[in-house]
Design a protein around this ligand. Sequence first.
Ligand SMILES: Nc1c(NC[C@H](O)[C@H](O)[C@H](O)CO)[nH]c(=O)[nH]c1=O
Ligand SMILES: CC(=O)[C@@H](O)COP(=O)(O)O
Length: 166
Amino acid sequence: MASDLKNLSVFSTDELPDISQRRFAILVSEWNAEVTEALFDGAYQTLLQHGAKPENIIRGNVPGSYELSLGALWFAQRDDIDAIIALGCVIQGETKHNDYINHAVAQGLTNVGLQTGKPVIFGVLTPNDQQQALDRAGGKHGNKGDEAAITAVKMLGLQEQVYSKF
Ligand SMILES: Nc1c(NC[C@H](O)[C@H](O)[C@H](O)CO)[nH]c(=O)[nH]c1=O
Ligand SMILES: CC(=O)[C@@H](O)COP(=O)(O)O
């Protein structure tokens, strides 16, 4: 479903888990900072709105989206981090560089989640241009940061369900 058909900031909040004691790492790429800072604001506020405590949210910056995977691994290896939200914006350039970054970071973040068993959320925009990025960082299509944060919350809820006793 394309973003044209679904606002990134509209989601069901039914049956969300208690996250008051949960600890989150939010990784932010420094490339396209106007966009990634808006993504961070969305993710951070969404976590607070759904019960997370400010003292349980840690932020880390990486130079670019390509570095999100390693940053996510470092946080995921900490015993005091329950979920990682990785935020970036890779705008299509003149060459195929964006394709290589996008594929690397998508696969890298997936691998970190599978390797550690912790929710590692792909909050990376891969737009064709700046306007498409802004539309998805608080613009007409909502905020990908909101979506990434609620995805982390929902995955923690699934984790609780899976590992709870009958
Ligand atoms: N062009 C963009 C980049 N490029 C930088 C890479 O992510 C990486 O930091 C570099 O290749 C060194 O390893 N990063 C973005 O996040 N967004 C871009 O549009
Ligand atoms: C992916 C990017 O936007 C940046 O690395 C520049 O890309 P390009 O050299 O293809 O314009």
